[in-house]
Write a protein that binds this ligand. Structure first.
Ligand code: CA
Length: 271
């Protein structure tokens, strides 16, 4: 881990009028809204020395992913179509590929199949808005290692990318544990010792953000932002509801969520 000076944090949300609030910049030519936030405090970031190929034709989303992955310490090449991607793959060596499916000149699935046909094993995460079961099966059958649905949070993209790389490098550490609670960031499952916790998808998101900030306060607004990539805007009252439910589900885990009035939430052992 190295220390980055001021960091640029990038948030991407699907276009919806409910998100049209400061400080979002509205990009009318795409379906995405991108918010750039300069962090005042120095942030920890990993110096990874890993090279990623991003294949994405949407300029706004592509720029946001490039910024976020660079900020997280990766080296990133960006191909805007399938043919460009294949040229990059044959000319350079990459540690992982983030692959959109709907691409100009050559479809993402064809790029993936050709890659696997050449015996290349680099981990591939598909980024797509296609969300039928058949689409996912087709992607995984073609040789994808993971699948992330648009719109996604960049935090989740980075967490999954790191997990993918750890797995590819033979480190099976996709788990975050605290007290008797363990969370598997690949399977998106939490358990207390051997018993799985039954959590909704949004509760999983909230738990993950709290775990990533363990020992630090997570602002209510940060949780609302994380959930804002979902189908509708999430108000801060909704965040309170998710926290309330999570708190009940975490009873007996040895981990609790403390409310710090006016500041946010703190996940701590023994709460
Ligand atoms: Ca596309």
């Amino acid at each position: 881990m190295g220390l980055c000076n001021r960091g640029l944090q990038v948030h991407v949300a699907h276009y919806a009028t409910s998100y049209l609030r400061e400080p979002y910049d509205f990009h009318p030519d795409t379906h995405y809204l991108v918010r750039f936030v300069w962090l005042d405090r120095p942030t920890l970031c990993q110096t990874l020395d890993m090279k990623i190929l991003l294949v994405e034709d949407d300029p706004t989303l592509g720029e946001a992913v490039v910024l976020a992955t660079r900020q997280a310490g990766f080296t990133v090449d960006w191909s805007r179509d399938g043919v460009q991607a294949e040229n990059a793959l044959s000319g350079f060596s990459y540690d992982a590929m983030l692959l959109d499916l709907g691409l100009p000149r050559r479809e993402g699935l064809e790029v993936l199949r050709n890659l696997r046909r050449r015996g290349k094993t680099l981990p591939v995460m598909i980024l797509t808005a296609r969300d039928t079961v058949e689409d996912r099966v087709r992607g995984l059958d073609a040789g994808a290692d993971d699948y992330l649905l648009k719109p996604f949070s960049l935090d989740e993209l980075l967490a999954r990318l790191r997990a993918l790389l750890r797995r590819a490098h033979g480190v099976a550490d996709t788990q975050i544990c605290m007290g008797r609670l363990c969370f598997d960031s690949l399977k998106r499952q939490a358990r207390v010792e051997e018993s799985p916790l039954v959590l909704s998808a949004r509760e999983v998101e909230v738990l993950e953000i709290l775990l990533h900030h363990a020992g630090r306060v997570t602002a209510k607004e940060a949780i609302a932002d994380r959930l804002a990539g979902w189908d509708e805007g999430v108000g801060e009252n909704a965040v309170e509801v998710y926290i309330h439910r999570l708190r009940r589900k975490l009873e007996g885990s040895g981990v609790g969520i403390r409310t710090l009035r006016g500041l946010g939430y703190l996940l701590e052992v023994g709460g």
